[in-house]
Design a protein around this ligand. Structure first.
Ligand SMILES: [Zn+2]
Length: 117
């Protein structure tokens, strides 16, 4: 079964799930507050030279010089593929699939008894 995700869905997963909550509560990476900033154990280098940026909702490792969005983190920490990582995140917030416009047009046409052929 093939499943495609719209860029809008992916945008919402990257931006609407607080990355700090994801790291701490869902992925349960070791984390701590140091100097008033949230730090997490980098899944790549296992160091705490990290931070999260609430403005962009990205987690950053200064040692790896890498930014991780929510999807990247699930891929890295859980070892899932892209699709499974997206599904994992969708389950977290229970996003309702964004309605395609095509089925509603088909429904409308059926409603007036003139199916488009
Ligand atoms: Zn790192």
């Amino acid at each position: 079964m093939k499943k495609k995700f719209s860029s809008r869905e992916l945008f919402e997963l990257r931006n609407n799930i607080p990355v700090e909550m994801l790291i701490k509560d869902q992925l349960q990476l070791p984390s701590k507050i140091r100097d008033g900033f949230f730090r997490f154990l980098c899944p790549v280098c296992n160091e705490f030279q990290t931070a999260v940026n609430p403005a962009t909702n990205l987690a950053r490792c200064f040692r790896c010089e890498k930014n991780f969005n929510t999807i990247d983190l699930v891929i890295k920490v859980r070892g899932y593929g892209f699709k499974d990582s997206v599904l994992f995140l969708k389950n977290l917030i229970g996003i309702v699939p964004i309605q395609d416009t095509v089925p509603s047009i088909a429904k409308l046409a059926a409603g007036i008894g003139r199916p488009m052929t």
